[in-house]
Write a protein that binds this ligand. Structure first.
Ligand code: TRP
Length: 464
């Protein structure tokens, strides 16, 4: 096979990309740093609102447990066994077949996702200031609407986010980021719990909780809600595009991969659920609140009114948005790292690879940044009824990631082989508890369930 490729082991390190995690805890924090981000705190409540409340939560949890968790384990096994970037992982385990295209789809998805992710991270950054100044708290929805309609500001902010992300990847201060995320993640968790407790005492909180926790089971067969839940689960866990393959390639053979995966999935899910416990009680305490209409601005329209109701709220709000910005940054890094690594593993210089990918992402970010009111046709892309940013989110989250996950599950379950994955996951011959169930899920449940959702969604779209 390709010699240049096969020379790069998991610890060749010379380009500054390869290395290995110091400990299981370090890995869990880094993978959780990639997983926990805007998807949990911005995306999850928004999707719950669009999906009709508790029914979405229920479907989401099912997707996490039965589809995404097995794929998380599969990506880790594939990454660790191959010690490669997503394209290389397929090339090594299945030489001279077109399976590497799945890796290539993942690399493309990384670029596509980051292009809208950086816009929202830009809003988060701006809201640190707007919370401190108090501007965000006076009539939050109107303020948010005016803010995002300012095209220049939004393009600028998203470029700032990209520049910081690229700078970190370029400088290779990954150590620092990892250390920081060990501190920031628990802090974010703590502040969310605090806000959640505060939110429970607001008038209207009970109504919010009912909406959030009591599913309307008549909606369970609503395929668009199921599609959104699946896409959201993939997005939140950073699955389906090889980010976890890449992180798995840095994983030492001694680490208990399945146990670590359980931690990552558990932490990620808890942060998302907590965000809902904050957003919905607060939302329903505001008169005229309609969760379905929140859209991308939901948390920005809702949370400032919580902060302005609290003593010391300006500082609280600023602290919250600082932590959210950092969570977004650790996720953005993992998004940019996949396309960068794919060029570096093909002989590119790291600096050049970062610059090219960042420039590409920046160019695609512009229409997203201008889609919230600055440019009318981007606010309602003809033929879709959606703004450009939301359209990007649907294309990548609801389609590209589940399709990537479909192929990964087929590949690991049948082509590379579940037995090889099991051997990789149990280096000392100690099969992990639930291994048989995992094989069943990865071979049958994951592919069939994802295929079902994709086909039914496509049918629904073309029928109506
Ligand atoms: N999971 C992150 C979030 O919830 C976003 C993210 C980072 C991601 N890396 C990814 C999504 C890779 C899909 C694939 O905010």
């Amino acid at each position: 096979m390709n010699d240049a490729l096969s020379q790069q082991g998991p610890v060749s390190g010379e380009a500054g990309t390869r290395g290995s995690w110091g400990s299981s805890f370090g890995f869990i924090m880094a993978a959780a740093g990639s997983a926990v981000g805007l998807g949990n705190i911005w995306g999850f409540p928004m999707q719950v609102g669009k999906g009709g409340g508790a029914i979405f939560v229920l479907l989401y949890l099912c997707c996490v447990v039965f589809i995404c968790f097995p794929i998380l384990v599969a990506e880790l096994a594939l990454g660790r066994a191959s010690g490669r970037d997503p394209i290389g992982a397929f090339q090594v385990t299945s030489p001279a077949t077109p399976w590497w295209l799945v890796g290539a789809l993942g690399v493309t998805a990384g670029v596509g996702i980051l292009s809208f992710y950086c816009v929202i991270a830009g809003w988060t950054l701006a809201y640190i200031w707007y919370s401190l100044s108090g501007a965000a708290g006076q009539n939050p929805p109107a303020f948010f609407g005016a803010f995002v309609a300012d095209g220049g500001k939004n393009v600028f902010l998203s470029f700032v986010v990209l520049a910081i992300t690229a700078g970190i990847i370029l400088g290779g201060v990954r150590e620092g980021i990892e250390k920081a995320s060990k501190l920031m993640m628990p802090a974010l968790f703590a502040i969310l719990i605090l806000l959640g407790v505060r939110a429970l005492f607001l008038p209207g909180a009970a109504e919010g909780l009912v909406y959030y926790l009591k599913p309307d089971l008549r909606e369970i067969a609503n395929i668009s809600v199921l599609n959104a839940a699946l896409g959201q689960a993939f997005f939140s866990l950073s699955l389906g595009m090889g980010a976890i393959i890449t992180y798995g390639s840095y994983l030492s053979k001694k680490t208990n991969a399945v146990g670590s995966a359980a931690w990552v999935a558990g932490l990620d899910t808890m942060v998302a659920l907590l965000a809902g416990f904050v957003v919905f009680p607060v939302g329903f305490s505001i008169s005229g609140f309609n969760p379905a209409e929140g859209g991308p601005g939901l948390i920005f329209a809702v949370l400032p009114s919580l902060f302005s109701s609290m003593p010391g709220g300006a500082l609280f709000g600023a602290a919250f948005f600082v932590l959210l910005s950092l969570a977004a940054l650790t996720s953005a890094i993992s998004l940019l790292e996949v396309p960068t690594a794919s060029l570096v593993d093909r002989g590119w210089r790291r600096g050049k690879a970062v610059l090219l990918m960042t420039a590409l992402v920046a160019a695609i970010a512009v229409p997203s940044a201008l889609s919230q009111g600055a440019v009318p046709w981007l606010a309602k892309v003809p033929g879709t009824g959606m703004d450009f940013l939301s359209l990007m989110a649907v294309v990548w989250n609801n389609w590209a990631l589940p399709i990537g996950g479909l192929f990964i599950s087929i590949f690991v379950g049948w082509v590379w082989g579940a037995d090889k994955a099991l051997a990789e996951l149990a280096p000392e011959g100690k099969i992990f508890p639930g291994a048989r169930l995992w094989v069943f899920l990865i071979r049958y449940v994951c592919p069939l369930a994802i295929l079902f959702v994709i086909v039914m969604t496509a049918r629904g779209m073309f029928a109506g």
